[in-house]
Design a protein around this ligand. Sequence first.
Ligand code: GLU
Length: 283
Amino acid sequence: MHRGRIAPTPTGLLHLGHARTFAKAAGYAKDANGTLVLRIEDLDKARCQPEFTTQAIEDLKWLGIQWQEGPDCGGPHTPYIQSQRLVGFNAVWKMLHGSGSIYPCDKSRQDVERTLVAPHAEDDAEPIFPNSLRPDLSAGRNATSPGNTNWRFRVPDGAVITFNDSIQGPQSFIAGKDFGDFLIWRKDGMPSYEMAVVADDHAMEINHVVRGADLLKSTARQILIYQALRWSIPHWSHVALINDAKGQRLSKRAAGLSIKELRNKGLSPAEILTAPVDSIVRL
Ligand code: GLU
């Protein structure tokens, strides 16, 4: 049984790229006679705003994108709002801790950047965590809760992580080279994006993940989490990103190509979802 999901983060208005990616996820679910889940990823308390959740739901409905589980329709995995799912995230922290793959880390981003010799790759904002800052394997073994500290996943250096993306083709990343030890838990008591998304996709029994191609490297990190927990790994489809008329990646700050704005300009849902991108970005 196909189970897909769409997972907007309410830090801004949904844009053309979201519309097309979410429509694709909805299309796969429909073709497979499956279920589409809507999950709101609002863990970044400082940047998420409830108005953006309301607007995202309105935009999705207006576009005709239908979900069968989530806000407004409930379902067996309720709540579908990540900030209300902290009990489950704490349980997954315990499982990861039990697997021996995470350690407490009090190094700041500045500490990490100070030890780097080369600037990090531009396509991924996360600098590679240097091995010299790793504690030994016993660090944090006696902890019974995350406490007020960050926790990182210790990546298996040199391990090759491969997956077959149904849109982008075969993918391959090397742990320790393409990305380093990554954040699992934040000292403010919240899981990181990588952990929350895996915890929820597993809890909600998602077996097909459709999202933007900017998350390909994150997928490699997430596969390591799945493997540490011995959970089955979903199918992946990463949709190419859309650029604006200046060739810049669409961002939530560029309101011009938001669904709300395109709708105000008189475009229909069908035009937003199917018209040539060039004709829309030049509007
Ligand atoms: N919430 C993420 C975003 O809006 C997407 C996460 C995902 O699909 O895995 O960028």
